[in-house]
Design a protein around this ligand. Sequence first.
Ligand SMILES: Cc1cc2nc3c(=O)[nH]c(=O)nc-3n(C[C@H](O)[C@H](O)[C@H](O)COP(=O)(O)O)c2cc1C
Ligand code: SF4
Length: 797
Amino acid sequence: MSSLAQDVLVGGSIVTYLRLGGRPTVGLLVATLYALYRIGIQDSDDISEERQDQNDKENVKALKNLKKSTGEEKGQKLRYIKVNNKLQLVRGSGLEEEANALKNTVAVDFTKSFSPASNTSNIDSTKASGKPRRRKGPKIIRKQELPKRSPRLVKNNTNLSESNIFIFYSSLTGSSERTAKYLHNMLSINKSVKNESRLVNIDDDIDDLDEYFLNVPRDIDNILYVMVLPSYETDSPIDFFLQTLEENANDFRIDSYPLKEKILGYSVIGIGDREHYPNKFCYQATETDKYLFKLGARRIFPLGKFCIKNDKDEKIREWCDLYVDSLTDNDAMILDDNEYFEEDDEDYDINGSNSESENSGEGSTLVDIEEMGNMMQKSNNGSETETEVREVKEMVAKDSPTYKSLTKQGYTVVGSHSGVKICRWTKSALRNRGSCYKFAFYGIRSHLCMETTPSLSCSNKCVFCWRHGTNPVGTNWRWQVDGPEEILNGAMEGHYKKIKQMRGVPGINSERFQEAFRIRHCALSLVGEPIFYPYINEFVGMLHEKEISSFLVCNAQHPEQLRNLKKVTQLYVSIDAPTKTDLKKVDRPLFKDFWERLNSCLDILNTVQSHQRTVFRLTLVKGFNMSEVDKYADLITKANPSLIEIKGATFCGSSSGNGNPLTMQNIPFYEECKNFVIALNDELAKRNATYGIAAEHAHSCCILVGHTKYKIDGKWHTHINYDKFFELLRTKGDDFDEMDYVSETPSWAYWGSEEAGFNPADVKYDRKEEKLKKKLAREKAQQEATLKEIEMNAVSI
Ligand SMILES: Cc1cc2nc3c(=O)[nH]c(=O)nc-3n(C[C@H](O)[C@H](O)[C@H](O)COP(=O)(O)O)c2cc1C
Ligand code: SF4
């Protein structure tokens, strides 16, 4: 704008303002500016370099304003670059952004938007058969919607077994084709699968990929996709396929999630070669999985990646079998949303709406009423009539608030007094993100571990208990008793159901997912007091019959039951405080003679149960039980346990409602736990008790002290040889010793090791960092969407 025009505009504005007021002035200004702008466009060919520079300055000003209005001052860089002698708004500063800007220029210019993108030139867009693919038609442009995905647990409304399955494959040397055909065959012979699946060769049978991966075949309902894809680091037809998915996923003109609700779900099988391409193993299948998710489709089964060299066909078959199996199972499942899973990892509710139908306990067998204590009075004629049986209450009745509270917290209540819940480490291990400290200390693989209890009731109300005071309490068994078989079957069913629900969660390792359907360990520790259950020995016996190891935790309040306990793989006793006064404060026991009971239990460990592999568990709570280390040492020498686990308490929230008095101030730092352990070790040494600090799992704030008999030839042997344990049970009954089934501790678990107990084979996952990354990505996406909308609006003006 010339200085004369500026003067006229300023003068005119002042006069208008004085005579007519603010609004007409603004109107005049806008109209004048617009007129000048139009003139500028018409004359643009004649604009001199000087005037162009002047325009650029104006644009830079506008850019600054835009930055402010979009709140991007501190975020990405916004700038203009020249494209065809016109300024374009771009983000970023590098060449890549510049290239993208050029692409974006095409994108907003609809007349050119259907020319092939420049970077596709090296991609072969002909089909493998040599026929050209149909060129892409105009894409449907809708108003950009910002992602509003609320993660939730969904119950399939449609029976997946009635779906229409498309098995897409691409294959150069035949292995993926064979796999696709195998799956096709498996689906055909399964009577529960109603419709014949369709085999589609992506390279030969599809003219326009958008017909399937942007739109979907019309007149076909309930579609499921299975992709069977090899990976080639060299050029291959899969490049074009991936290119299409990528473009569709990133093309802002396309509806945000074009496949959402158009198909029921998808799954991907990758075939590759891990040996020769370790860093690119099945990378194209992984990309496909990612893009289908970005396109809004729901992953209904974990990505399977199979090595053509090392994985036997058996693994592929297992995947296919489980897949087919999952089609006939309509359990609620978790929608694949990372945010949800990671934020609420600790205590999210995977039980959700279907908990009502789970483990209804119908058909519960009342196996014995003798154990039910004084509540059960036999009738005069000595027979057990139905009326009497009904008089005995259920510990957790289905219509009780306790039941609702427990199921809401993610427990499956089994029968009337047992529970199962998938622990966060099991979920973590299924995603390759590390196992719990028991993997480092004893070799328990978390994805093979079931956490359960046959008694939800407990005789303590410990301050650090994460059940939030929701479970029943009592000093004697006064409820109905469910049979051990029923409990075990119910618990396993509940556990597997929850594993299945994980199938849509991103990052699930398919191999581990498959393995998880064979429980190998049982942690009897969930809530309540397992040893309280009258048939605990029978229950443990059944676990062992199935070659499931048993880790039983008890609270040292039931000496009789402890005395009568038969062989378990590892027997824990929780020692929550070293003195009577502190124990009362920490455990809030119901028994009046709680201290005597604890001491009896210690004696039993050192006598009757000395053949067991015994563990003291200390949970450290600052301000409650971290002083008087010497007193702990006294208790340890009394019981002579094999191992001592010392763990910092975890904060599980406090609320006045549940009477939990802990705050974050009570949670010790790892350094404080370490100092405690060093002091304890010194105290033990003073008493000539032969212990040493064996292992640590810094991530869980947990340290293991071991009896030096576990240090064989200078090496710790705190791991368990599980096969040997079961073999001994078979051959010797209960007649063997704790040292008969030890195994060497890996060096990465050693106290003071660099890995500090983190298995190097797992992927370290920094939840906070990941969350931050995701937040930034989300903000970036939102900013981009806003900017695109601004740009589009500007073009349409
Ligand atoms: C040239 C070439 C490149 C390959 N690149 C990869 C690769 O990057 N990642 C991978 O996991 N496998 C790679 N493979 C292995 C193939 O994916 C594997 O052989 C697969 O079974 C081929 O599937 P198909 O028989 O269905 O074509 C490559 C194989 C060849 C011959
Ligand atoms: S041992 Fe406990 S924490 Fe570890 S996986 Fe099993 S249930 Fe989870």
